[in-house]
Design a protein around this ligand. Structure first.
Ligand code: PLP
Length: 418
């Protein structure tokens, strides 16, 4: 088949059998068909290479097909890919122990699932079960997933409104507002769910002391703190976990995305001994998942953590993140009318435009030039850069230069319109 025939076939299959409306949008944006991933690049059906600065929304911290993770998964494939679910699963045990070792002290246990939303669902359920309360405090603009429970705590009306009534209990306060949080948390509160950096909300960093404030409020009122590290975890922000920047230990911590090393899907909900006792001591099967903790995903998780530790990728995220932020700020200085802010921590970076439409136009121009980035789900004004933590300095220069060219092109088009 020619590249055009491949594109035509896949678009048709999407249109007829996956999601016709999404197919139309993607085709209109000029997106091709992915056929191979290699390091920081995605290669399409025409053999064109794209620098992946979206990184699968944070999945590809180790890049695409990291050889160490691929080898670990291949070895596991030849031994036992799926658990028989009756005997002890040694790979799951090993990953749970490793996670307890690297996470904030106090998080000793892990429940495994297959995605971020599932990891959040478990955290919400555990918080309700452990406290006997139902009130959950979340933040405006937050993103915790789209399954019914997770969606109930996701702070964007656009995704919620067609599905009411959702899980009762969640209330929303402005992200980063200390007083509003203090006002909301009370003796009826089961949990506060918070992202250390709001990802889909537009890359908003928690102000200094905010996580500690939430920890203290939860302690005062007997509520649990859920730190959703699905996107911020595994070195992305310059430390292993976003909470580590403030030395805060939550009671529950959902993980997913990069934990699978960019090779396997995995979700994990970490928690304290106190929570586990409340949930599992009466019924050891209180919360389970058939595929959760499968040996393939756990082998990928163990290998991914080894790579992050051995290659010092959290530190690398900090250093390369500073470089990318500086380069993007230079681009901002050339286009102050269009770019209002560059912000981020580690390699979780957002560029905010002055107008909604610019993000989409710039994104299309970047893709045309071989650079993949995308706007954040809850805030189309913000384009996010979340490249693999292994991105080289040359690739960072390419990203900044291509972004500059894309914005210049948009500027010209908009200039011609007025
Ligand atoms: C902070 C956060 N929580 C939860 C999720 C949901 O994860 P998933 O898409 O794997 O269900 C996401 C996904 O972007 C996320 O960023």
């Amino acid at each position: 088949m020619t590249p055009d025939e491949i594109q035509g076939l896949v678009v048709e299959q999407y249109a007829d059998h996956v999601n016709p409306y999404l197919a139309k949008l993607m085709n209109f944006a000029g997106f091709g068909v992915e056929v191979r991933g290699e390091g920081c690049e995605i290669i399409d059906q025409e053999g064109r290479r794209f620098l992946d600065c979206l990184g699968g929304y944070g999945v590809f911290s180790l890049g695409h097909r990291h050889p160490y993770v691929v080898d670990a998964v291949k070895r596991q494939l030849d031994e036992m890919p799926m658990s028989g679910k009756v005997f002890f699963n040694p790979v799951m045990g090993a990953l749970a122990a490793k996670l307890a070792e690297i996470s904030p002290e106090g998080l000793e246990f892990t429940f495994f699932s297959n995605s971020g939303a599932e990891a959040v669902e478990a955290a919400l359920k555990f918080a309700k079960g452990a406290t006997g309360r139902s009130k959950i405090i979340s933040t405006e603009g937050s993103y915790h997933g789209k399954t019914l429970g997770a969606l109930s705590t996701t702070g964007r009306e656009k995704y919620r409104k067609a599905f009411y009534p959702l899980m009762p209990g969640p209330e929303f306060v402005p992200f980063g507002d200390f007083d509003a949080m203090a006002h909301a948390v009370d003796d009826q509160t089961a949990a506060v769910i918070i992202e250390p950096i709001q990802g889909e909300g537009g890359i908003h960093l928690a102000p200094e002391g905010y996580l500690t404030h939430i920890r203290n409020l939860c302690d005062k009122h007997g509520a649990l703190m859920i730190a959703d590290e699905v996107q911020t975890g595994m070195g992305r922000t310059g430390k292993m976990f976003g909470c580590d920047h403030e030395g805060v230990c939550p009671d529950l911590m959902p993980l997913a995305k990069a934990l699978g090393g960019g090779v396997m899907p995995i979700g994990a909900t970490m928690g304290t001994a106190a929570v586990w006792e409340k949930i599992y001591s009466i019924n050891p099967l209180a919360h389970t998942s058939t595929f959760g903790g499968n040996p393939l995903a756990c082998a990928a998780g163990l290998a991914a953590i080894e790579v992050i530790e051995n290659e010092g990728l959290a530190h690398q995220a900090e250093v390369r993140g500073e470089l990318l932020i500086n380069e993007l700020k230079k681009v901002q200085a050339k286009h102050t009318d269009l770019i209002s802010e560059v912000r981020g921590r580690g390699l979780m970076i957002g560029v905010e435009f002055a107008m909604d439409e610019v993000g989409e136009l710039a994104m299309a121009q970047m893709t045309k030039r071989g650079l993949i980035a995308a706007y954040t789900l809850n805030n189309p004004r913000v384009i996010r850069f979340e490249p693999p933590l292994i991105i080289s300095e040359e690739q960072i220069q390419f990203a900044a230069q291509t972004f500059d060219e894309a914005v210049s092109e948009v500027e010209e088009v908009l200039g011609a319109l007025v």
